[in-house]
Design a protein around this ligand. Structure first.
Ligand SMILES: Cc1cc2nc3c(=O)[nH]c(=O)nc-3n(C[C@H](O)[C@H](O)[C@H](O)COP(=O)(O)O)c2cc1C
Length: 195
């Protein structure tokens, strides 16, 4: 059986080659303090950790999703690539990515998101602010370190996949191919699911 994560990467490359804009992103779903589901789009990054390719997310520790991930054992990551008609759904756990790698990668961000990462210290991400004018004013008046470096709250999270489901919509007979891979004591087990 092919490693489902290797298959994920191969499928993602097909989507990238097809110019699929969705190939760069995912939806991360968590549960908030009220028990309500929360989902948001994030860039899904490929990083190398201990010489192995891994999936990762880059987020700010002042954001609601950070606390939601910290308060739960599990989250869900989903992607759909229309160009190749493939859908993946994963149960994941997260662990901290080496801060050095985060700091290096952060330098490649455009200036505005870099400054936003510092602004979140005053106004946490996703909190309300008077209006956009006020936001731009505060951003303009923001004192940032020179040279501009990543704040400690700029975090990277490695994704550890515990379950991964591949749904292939390309079958000529119209019956989708749906396979669930579950990690059991370090080994992937495979089940076919009714699509
Ligand atoms: C295409 C796209 C990519 C995004 N990538 C990221 C990302 O990599 N990291 C991030 O924190 N937010 C990213 N966002 C913003 C998030 O969707 C979200 O609005 C923000 O992180 C606040 O989420 P929260 O309130 O659930 O914490 C992206 C949004 C879009 C539309």
């Amino acid at each position: 059986m092919q490693d489902p994560l290797a298959q994920f990467q191969a499928d993602r490359q097909l989507a990238r080659d097809a110019g699929d804009p969705m190939a760069h992103v995912c939806v991360l779903a968590t549960v908030d303090g009220r028990g309500y589901p929360q989902a948001r789009t994030l860039v899904l990054r490929n990083v190398v950790h201990n010489n192995s390719p891994r999936l990762a997310l880059f987020i700010n520790a002042n954001s609601p999703k950070w606390a939601e991930l910290a308060n739960s054992d599990s989250a869900c990551v989903q992607v759909y690539w229309p160009s190749v008609e493939l859908h993946y759904r994963m149960q994941v756990q997260t662990e901290a990515l080496d801060p050095k790698l985060v700091a290096e990668s952060w330098q490649f961000r455009p200036v505005a998101p870099k400054k936003m990462d510092w602004l979140y210290q005053q106004h946490a991400q996703s909190t309300a602010i008077a209006d956009r004018k006020q936001l731009l004013k505060q951003l303009d008046q923001l004192v940032v370190p020179e040279p501009l470096v990543a704040p400690d709250e700029a975090k990277g999270l490695l994704i550890r996949v515990t379950e991964i489901e591949r749904l292939d919509l390309t079958q000529s007979n119209g019956v989708h191919d749906r396979v669930l891979h579950t990690l059991n004591q370090g080994k992937w087990e495979q089940q076919t699911l009714v699509p």
